[in-house]
Write a protein that binds this ligand. Structure first.
Ligand SMILES: Cc1cc2nc3c(=O)[nH]c(=O)nc-3n(C[C@H](O)[C@H](O)[C@H](O)COP(=O)(O)OP(=O)(O)OC[C@H]3O[C@@H](n4cnc5c(N)ncnc54)[C@H](O)[C@@H]3O)c2cc1C
Length: 470
């Protein structure tokens, strides 16, 4: 067999699974079709780590609760931004009050501590900037925010340092069941393995009877992009410190959350496609004086509500499938990974690695260092003293480091996501070409070979002939 275990798909779930499995004496590889892992984590991600109190689905609640607990420990260990800031859910009518009371009872029944049903005055004490028009609130001190891409990269880096192989730019075409194990065919190779963990959204498993199912779970919201997000400037004076959600009816709510860096994100869920003015109108039912000038950007995304499917029905053969779309998929990723890994380790009777290193190589974030610390690092490597992204204060040292690390960035988007460069007010107009040049130099490529995020996204198409001798 080429591998004991093949993980298909390098999203946050695939990376978390690779990390958990790399603790054991398995020979594992992860196959991802893109240039980078976790490429599908949306740039506009509310990044909320739920606690199992908001969902009516008991299985999802259990996964969220465990995921929340593991996430806190993992982020602390790998130095990934995670803030347990608490979430306040508010309503302004009797129907809403009834729903909050049900949620509270459910949380109590599930044994989730730290959830409180509160009156309007307590809600204003927790978040003084909320508009004073609410009837009741439900406050959970367990809910927080995380930097999801950083978490996925951290999982993958530690897994790679502990021997997991990452096969990027390799697309899985099909999975075939053999008498013993599986054959996984990609656009480049054929591999055999004992166990397949498939996190790819489309079914590509050919069963012994030759049947291929090609279904993808789609949420009710995936019919059209019915969630709008407003990226709010850090200078907006009435911003909230907590995550605040105001529910108007079963299909409409406004959500405000601080980001792990600067500014905040406001999400508006409705059944109709809303314009910027509609969104501001909704948002101003919760916030005070939010204006067009406070908005840096507007995005639309699908809102996915359906459950995850963790299909272990063929575990005895060695096939597990994790699929589905869910608004809390980041939250539940650590719980799913742990659960799958425990099952597989038991089934294959495997032992833990004695030399497993549960540590991520240090990342220096220049903008978070004191002057003294920054000077010490610049003395060691002068590239940390050269600022490439002036909006977010990101140095050449950080960019070079993120290229040279295990699973280093190979695209401009990979650098932006890992370092935060290009996300400032100038939207990359100052640093973009500098990043392209650094990538070309570090990867020993021509600038014309550098891509934005995928094969078909070359940035510079060709040299101008007249300059060939220059
Ligand atoms: C706007 C928005 C806000 C969100 N907010 C939150 C939040 O607040 N809290 C929360 O917990 N979650 C949130 N989520 C959910 C979360 O970000 C995503 O659902 C999650 O990142 C998806 O991760 P995944 O690993 O399951 O799936 P994916 O990222 O879809 O992973 C699948 C991977 O498989 C790869 N792949 C596909 N086909 C093939 C193939 N044939 N061969 C090889 N590789 C293949 C893909 O390239 C991809 O990398 C939000 C999502 C969105 C869109």
């Amino acid at each position: 067999m080429d591998y004991d275990i093949l993980i298909l798909g390098g999203g946050i779930i695939g990376c978390a699974v690779a990390y958990e499995l790399s603790k054991y004496n398995f020979n594992i590889a992860l196959i991802e079709r893109d240039y980078d892992i976790a490429d599908d984590i949306s740039f506009v991600n509310t990044s909320i780590v739920y606690d199992g109190s908001e969902t009516s689905d008991d299985i999802m609640a259990g996964l969220e609760y465990i995921g929340n607990y593991i996430m806190e420990e993992t982020c602390e260990k790998f130095n990934v931004p995670f803030k347990k800031i608490g979430a306040l859910r508010v309503v302004n009518d009797d129907n809403g009050v009834k729903k909050l009371e049900e949620m509270y009872e459910r949380a109590k029944r599930r044994g989730i501590n730290g959830v409180y049903l509160i009156d309007d005055n307590d809600a204003y004490d927790i978040e003084p900037n909320i508009k004073h028009n609410i009837k009741k609130g439900l406050y959970s001190e367990n809910i927080g925010i995380v930097a999801p891409y950083d978490l996925a990269i951290a999982y993958a880096e530690v897994a790679a340092d502990n021997g997991a192989i990452f096969r990027l730019e390799e697309e899985v075409l099909n999975i075939q069941s053999l008498t013993k194990g599986f054959r996984v065919t990609t656009n480049r190779n054929k591999f055999t393995c004992k166990v397949v963990i498939n996190t790819i959204p489309h079914e590509i498993y050919i069963r012994e009877n030759g049947k291929v199912e090609d279904k993808e779970l789609k949420g009710e919201g995936s019919k059209f992009k019915n969630m709008s997000y407003l990226l709010v400037d850090d200078n907006y004076k009435n911003k909230f410190n907590k995550i605040v959600i105001e529910t108007f009816d079963k299909d409409t709510f406004v959500l405000s959350t601080p980001t792990t860096t600067t500014g905040s994100l406001i999400g508006i869920k409705s059944t109709e496609r809303t314009s910027l003015s509609d969104n501001l109108e909704y948002a101003n039912q919760l916030l005070e004086d939010l204006e067009k000038s406070n908005i840096n950007n507007l995005f639309r995304e699908s809102y996915n509500k359906d459950s995850m499917l963790i299909d272990e029905s063929e575990i005895d053969k060695g096939y597990i499938r994790v699929t589905g779309t869910h608004y809390g998929k980041i939250t539940i990723a650590p719980a799913i990974a742990k659960m799958l890994c425990d099952t597989i380790a038991n089934n294959l009777n495997c032992t833990l690695k004695k030399n497993f290193i549960d540590k991520r190589r240090e990342v220096y974030k220049f903008r978070e260092l004191s002057k003294k610390e920054a000077n010490e690092i610049i003395a060691l490597d002068k590239r940390y003293g050269k600022i490439i992204c002036v909006c977010n204060n990101i140095s050449e040292g950080e960019i070079v480091d993120c290229i040279r690390r295990p699973l280093g960035a190979r695209t401009v988007e990979g650098i932006k996501r890992r370092t935060g460069s290009g996300f400032g007010n100038c939207h990359g107009s100052y640093c973009y070409d500098k990043i392209v040049n650094i990538l070309a130099r570090e990867l020993d490529k021509k600038v014309t070979e550098i891509v934005d995020d995928s094969k078909n996204s070359k940035i510079i198409s060709s040299r101008i002939k007249e300059f060939d001798d220059v």
